[in-house]
Ligand binder design. Structure first.
Ligand code: AGP
Length: 613
């Protein structure tokens, strides 16, 4: 996720915003830039560079000690690769306005075409540049700067937080926010803007957290807060008492927990701009494929590792159900050394958070060698897997720092579901009503996950009761089996406990012999069609003294009599239930690992990005 900083006061502007950006580095980024008002505000100068802050700093010696309002940005690429032209800030065409942005402008293509039609020349592939040109256009139409920004923002749909500095009013920073975070830090005769609290902590602990729809005008001596519509707004002043490390994690003790709580937003961002007002799916990423080419893929091959493989297991069911084609899911390390049955009739879906996993990349190349078309689902823009694919559908999870993947998993499923629905709309096998019902249910997922997180207290109590147990099984059927695999992986990787997932019907073919008092068996039972079958499995486990934790829809009570513990999740379409049912088990894994004193964000022996075989 992008880092935003802004400073106005007597300190050297560039040095201060760079120092603030350093404190946001943990969020991950791939390019950086600053803009500063120089020569008494006559000019706005921008310096930016692909790569780390140290690269940018090497180019800033002329600016280091100068005063002047400044803004800074670290970019996590979304629209356009991680190049210097795509780095922020972006200039207006007359070079008098500089803008930084975090978020996604959904209608940027339409706005870009409109502005190009009026002669505006674009120097980047970003959605952000559209907005700065739009502001310039409104300003040239005779508006004062503040109104020009408001008018331009009124044309924009999507999510953003922005900060702007201009030669028209060099002693003012303007900022606005809809969905992405933004705070104002209040100092003595100086003020700060940032996307996150750690950026301002060395300078001030007095902070205003902006809300969606806020617009703020910041000078050295004042902060004026209004709504986007121009009405006065009031927000509480917040005195930060966290240390810097806690602040980096947004007040959470670990990145993993922070990322679990980010899931509703991550899902919403992954859906954003991909669903039309008519509830159809739009994926311009696939424009390179004709309708005939899409129809000609008679087979689908998914390759991935770890959690991404588990997302593929969920997707297999949905794709086969919706598109009636065989879908093979392979662990990338097996696929690459196998004798895969893929060819020119195969669509290969490559799933990876980092986009750098060595086995997954090798599997991609192997599939390509056999003539398959490659579509990847990746979180990191411009990563190797993204670069080597024919098309990429990015998850918009933002940087995932904890080794244990959480928000990447749910967004991978959502992206794979969107892809399946895109194919279904193109093929027209189902009625439009059937397909729009799926789309509607997908858009309900952020709220469903939010509601699970609202019940975290119950999971905490459960974790206290289970923290001393050492053997866990996870069972499910259908979609629930796919999610069992992921839930078991979460527990084993961060708590170092033995956690094994099985297709529930397989229990009596061997693993049931291991069930005895003390063993915890998590039984996912969210699919109504399979509920009775799962109930039999629950009873089998209970009869052998195992502790049953049933995960059921909130309207289901039939397991209550046999289960020792019951976790209820909101009712969602069974095809989408893994996105919701995994969440309490991510939390449970986290809480058990914490109770056991484990190193949660960086578990022993594991790395975030596995770039070796
Ligand atoms: C799970 O929590 C993991 N960190 C791991 O299994 C991960 O999903 C796997 O290594 C694949 O990584 P990727 O998505 O970056 O390719």
């Amino acid at each position: 996720m992008c880092g935003i900083t802004g400073y106005i006061g007597n300190r050297p502007g560039v040095r201060t915003v760079i120092d603030m950006l350093r404190r946001l580095e943990y969020r991950g980024y791939d390019s950086a830039g600053v803009a500063v008002a120089t020569h008494g505000g006559k000019n706005i100068e921008i310096v930016k560079a692909a790569g780390k802050l140290s690269v940018l700093e090497g180019e800033l010696s002329d600016y280091w000690d100068k005063q002047g309002a400044a803004i800074g940005h670290t970019r996590w690429a979304t629209h356009g690769g991680p190049t210097t032209p795509n780095a922020h800030p972006h200039y207006s065409s007359d070079g008098r306005i500089a803008l930084i942005h975090n978020g996604i402008i959904e209608n940027f293509q339409q706005l870009r075409a409109e502005l190009q039609g009026e002669g505006y020349v674009f120097t980047s592939e970003t959605d952000t540049e559209t907005l700065v040109h739009l502001i310039e256009r409104e300003y040239k139409r005779g508006e004062v700067m503040e109104q020009a920004i408001r008018d331009a923002l009124a044309r924009v749909t999507g999510a953003y937080s922005i900060v702007l500095v201009s030669a028209h009013e060099p002693d003012v920073l303007y900022a606005a926010k809809t969905a992405s975070p933004l705070i104002v830090g209040l100092g003595e005769n100086e003020n700060f803007l940032a996307s996150d609290i750690p950026a301002v902590l060395p300078y001030t602990r007095q902070v205003v957290v902006l809300e969606d729809g806020d617009f703020v005008r910041v000078t050295q001596a004042s902060v004026t807060l209004t709504t986007l519509a121009g009405e006065r707004a009031h927000r509480e002043l917040f005195t930060v008492t966290w240390d810097e490390q806690t602040a980096e994690k947004g007040g959470f003790p670990h990145f993993m927990l922070k990322e679990i709580y980010e899931q509703p937003r991550a899902i919403a961002d992954t859906l954003r701009g991909r669903i039309t007002p008519e509830e159809t799916v739009v994926l311009p990423e696939l424009d390179g494929f004709t309708r005939e080419q899409l129809a000609a893929f008679t087979r689908v091959q998914i390759v991935a590792c770890g959690t991404a493989y588990h997302a593929g297991m969920v997707a297999k069911r949905f794709w086969e159900h919706l598109l009636r084609r065989p879908v093979e899911v392979s662990v990338a390390s097996e696929f690459r050394y196998g004798d895969p049955l893929v060819g020119t009739d195969t669509l290969c879906l490559v799933v990876s958070q980092s986009g750098e996993t060595a086995d997954t990349l090798a599997a991609l190349r192997e599939a390509r060698r056999h003539g398959a078309a490659i579509v990847s689902v990746v979180n990191v823009v411009g990563s190797s897997i993204a670069r080597e694919s024919d098309a990429v559908v990015y998850t918009q999870a933002g940087p995932e720092i904890s080794v244990a993947s959480t928000k990447a998993y749910v967004t991978q499923i959502v992206a794979l579901n969107l892809l399946a629905l895109h194919f279904a709309f193109v093929e027209g096998r189902q009625s439009a009503d059937e397909l729009t019902a799926y789309v509607r249910d997908l858009t309900a997922l952020p709220d469903a996950v939010e509601s699970v997180l609202g019940g975290a207290l119950l999971v905490e109590e459960l974790a206290e009761r289970l923290a001393s147990r050492t053997v866990f099984f996870y069972l499910g059927r259908g979609y629930d089996y796919a999610v069992s695999l992921e839930a078991a992986l979460k527990l084993k990787e961060i708590s170092y406990l033995h956690a094994e997932a099985y297709a529930a019907g397989e229990m009596k073919h061997g693993p049931l012999a291991l069930v005895e008092p003390g063993v915890v068996v998590v039984c996912f039972s969210t699919e109504p069609r399979l509920f009775d079958k799962m109930l039999s499995n629950i009873k089998e486990v209970a009869a052998r003294g195992g502790t049953v934790l049933a995960v059921v829809p909130e309207n289901e009570t039939r397991a209550d009599a046999s289960a020792d513990e019951v976790l209820r999740i909101p009712v969602v379409r069974p095809e989408f239930s893994p996105v919701v049912s995994v969440v309490p088990l991510q939390l449970l894994a986290y809480l058990i690992a914490r109770a056991r004193g484990c190193e949660i964000d960086q578990p022993r022996n594991l790395a975030k990005s596995v770039t070796v075989e």
